[in-house]
Design a protein around this ligand. Structure first.
Ligand SMILES: Nc1nc2c(ncn2[C@@H]2O[C@H](COP(=O)(O)OP(=O)(O)O)[C@@H](O)[C@H]2O)c(=O)[nH]1
Ligand SMILES: [Mg+2]
Length: 365
């Protein structure tokens, strides 16, 4: 079934105009506005992957970034926007590259600017939404965050866990295992399982890929199933095009052969890109209905993490959301006081709990 994930006729084609009709029909008129953020230790191939995913693909003739420039370390949050059109469907894509963290001593401080960036975009949206020009709001909210996991660790590190827990109520986290070419297939499977176990153990809510409607066609359903199964996606990035038996492929050259980025036998790169494209609208909806609502609820409750955040449930609705939106809003306001108290208790428990977990975690190393 791997042919579901290849598009041999147009290797440089992103393919978002190719979505099943029912998925993209709504968005065709106004176009998509989408922001993707990449986070993780420096040197894990974030910038390379982003280039492999989009930039050089989107602009094959416009190779403005030289290879040397790409390897340069990202030292500040760097948002770049491209507007592209494929078969009449417009996409305004912003990629937010972040400085790598994990190498400085005071690592927790490294990801504060990242969290701030996510919050700032919510804040801006909230301001715009309550302003006069509500019809023309540009949506810069972060719809998806690829979190890069070090392939040479034996799972998530404490900093990975701390970061993900700090943002999982703000953004859709999609975990990826970086530089999968440095691992054997067996090692990839083992690491994937370990990461999923840890995500479960530490109560991290990553983006839950949606189930398909039963009225979708068989291929599409099979594709959804395989995408779900691939999480956390094991990826390889490369910006060099290599010739293999007369075929030009994006890949990395080794003495024993070439690993091909866009070969589903070699890694989950195509699956990751397919996921992003097919679930683009769902990622936007979850951002709006869960993460942005969390932000707004917190504002109403006085800010500073007072409100109890909701997470996305399997049926794509914020968990614990019942009744109409209006009713829910009223309830939220009335309960603000109560929730403040609950939250204080919750925070206190969480501190104790995370201290216990952290000490358990370091004990296993
Ligand atoms: N083996 C391997 N090396 C990679 C991969 N992706 C990037 N690299 C290399 O790793 C180094 C750091 O990549 P870069 O994209 O700058 O990492 P960043 O700091 O996370 O943005 C560069 O020398 C890349 O060529 C990969 O998938 N596999
Ligand atoms: Mg970088």
């Amino acid at each position: 079934m791997d042919e579901l994930f290849t598009c041999p006729e147009q290797p440089g084609y992103v393919g978002f105009a190719n979505l099943p009709n029912q998925v993209h029909r709504k968005s065709v008129k106004k176009g998509f506005e989408f922001t993707l953020m990449v986070v993780g230790e420096s040197g894990l191939g974030k910038s390379t992957l982003v280039n492999s995913l989009f930039l050089t693909d989107l602009y094959p003739e416009r190779q403005i970034h030289s290879a040397a420039e790409k390897i340069k370390q990202t030292v500040k949050i760097d948002a770049s926007t491209v507007e592209i059109e494929e078969r009449g469907v417009k996409l305004r894509l912003t990629v937010v590259d972040t400085p790598g963290f994990g190498d400085s001593l005071n690592s927790v401080d490294c990801f504060k600017p990242i969290i701030q960036y996510v919050d700032d975009q919510f804040e801006r949206y909230l301001q715009d939404e309550s302003g006069l020009n509500r019809r023309h709001i540009i949506d810069n909210r972060v719809h998806c965050c690829f979190y890069f996991i070090n392939p040479s660790g034996h799972g998530l590190r404490p900093l990975d866990i701390t970061f993900m827990r700090a943002v999982h109520h703000k953004v859709n986290i999609v975990p990826v295992i970086a530089k999968a070419d440095t691992l054997t297939k067996h090692e990839v499977q083992r690491l994937k399982k370990r990461v999923l176990d840890q995500i479960d153990e530490y109560g991290i809510s990553i983006y839950p890929l949606p189930d398909c409607d039963s009225d979708e066609d068989e291929d599409y359903r099979e594709q959804c199933r395989q995408l779900k199964e691939a999480v956390p996606f094991a990826v390889i990035g490369a910006n060099t095009v290599i010739e293999v038996k007369g075929r030009k492929v994006r890949g990395r050259m080794y003495p024993w052969g070439v690993v091909e980025v866009e070969n589903p036998e070699h890694c989950d790169f195509i699956k990751l890109r397919t996921m992003l494209i097919t679930h683009m609208q769902d990622l936007q909806e979850v951002t709006q209905e869960v993460h942005y609502e969390n932000f707004r609820a917190d504002k109403l409750a006085g800010g500073g993490g007072q409100a109890v955040p909701k997470k996305v449930s399997k049926n794509r609705r914020p968990e614990s959301m019942v009744g109409g939106d209006e009713k829910e809003k009223q309830l939220q306001e009335k309960d603000a006081e109560l929730r403040r108290m609950q939250e204080m208790e919750h925070q206190a428990n969480k501190m104790v709990e995370s201290k216990q977990k952290m000490s358990r975690f370091s004990a296993t190393y």
